[in-house]
Ligand binder design. Sequence first.
Ligand code: NIG
Ligand code: FE
Length: 402
Amino acid sequence: SPSTASPAHSASTASTVITNIAALVTNDPSLGDRSPLGLIQDAAVVIEGDRVAWTGESSKAPATDNRVDAEGRAVIPGFVDSHSHLVFAGDRTQEFNARMSGRSYTAGGIRTTVAATRAATDAQLEANLTHYLTEALRQGTTTFETKSGYGLTVADEARALRIAARHTDEVTYLGAHIVPPDHADDPAAYVALVTGEMLDACAPYARWIDVFCEQGAFDGDQARAILTAGKAKGLHPRVHANQLSYGPGVQLAVELDAASADHCTHLTDDDIEALANSSTVATLLPGAEFSTRAEWPDARRLLDAGVTVALSTDCNPGSSFTSSVPFCIALAVRDMRMTPDEAVWSATAGGAAALRRTDIGRLTPGAYADLALLDAPSHVHLAYRPGVPLVSQVWRRGVPVT
Ligand code: NIG
Ligand code: FE
């Protein structure tokens, strides 16, 4: 039945109806086919200001100022990319070449990007960030989280977050990405810096705190100390967990009620059970396994255990240099045993869950009008037609952006 946005949101100037949508993914399971995607056929969506005001059958759509004919194509919520590393300079082409010749990925490559990032000006970092954001937006990403982690000094981490905060509300302090070369002899002193002066300088710009909990980065005890210090400063935890090896990251994420445990490539049955009994989302990042020629995370095992799964790009110059959520959806379906419906849900509603947001990742009255019109009759084509640029138009906060 028709409904309107709350009065706080209806001070909008213009309204738009998109009609003749062959398949509309709402992610509201009470709508349409009653599946998790809440798929409505022959649908319309009404946008008022920056919000969704109405969804339903195309023939019942209310009249509005503007009308867009979807011509039998599909509409989905904009992608919520809940894991990226976009404040950096330079690239790692040589390292990628070496890897594709047989060398394996290690955390150590991060140092190359740290050196390039420290040497860059603020303007260069911001131009780089804007470049990748524009790229992502054209491919349907309307919300993104991004992190520091390539500065690793008080000033360089704080400036990364200051720059990121101009472009997104979902900013993550990752001073604990690796122990930088300048602290190689004294990791404990670096942890003290990350939990002390650096945290004080970074907390004003960030919502989240993250740690790379991994061999060659930070162990479980260090990670607990860092995340606990962040919590005490009002930051909420998320964790790079169990990417390269089995380890304590996932259990720690659950223990600290992290919004998300990210990567989740090497999981024991206990890890899966801990996630299933928690509100911590497992964020899978298949671009990383693709670009490092690593074993795929087993999405099926997580889903069958009842874990909430998000799908994101991990876009960064080392382990996953893609900004394309559609590419990650195709990988997840082909190689991680997800169905196309599950992958599309995870890249939209799943990403929103990993950011503990209910105002994005769904197309229901009151949610932000962040949506993508596909050059395809169904969202399934995102996996079925890999590598094809199917996102033909994007609205962000009700405004057409492409
Ligand atoms: O999520 N795993 C740690 N951090 C990144 C890689 C960063 C890099 O190699 O520059 C990741 O994969
Ligand atoms: Fe990452």
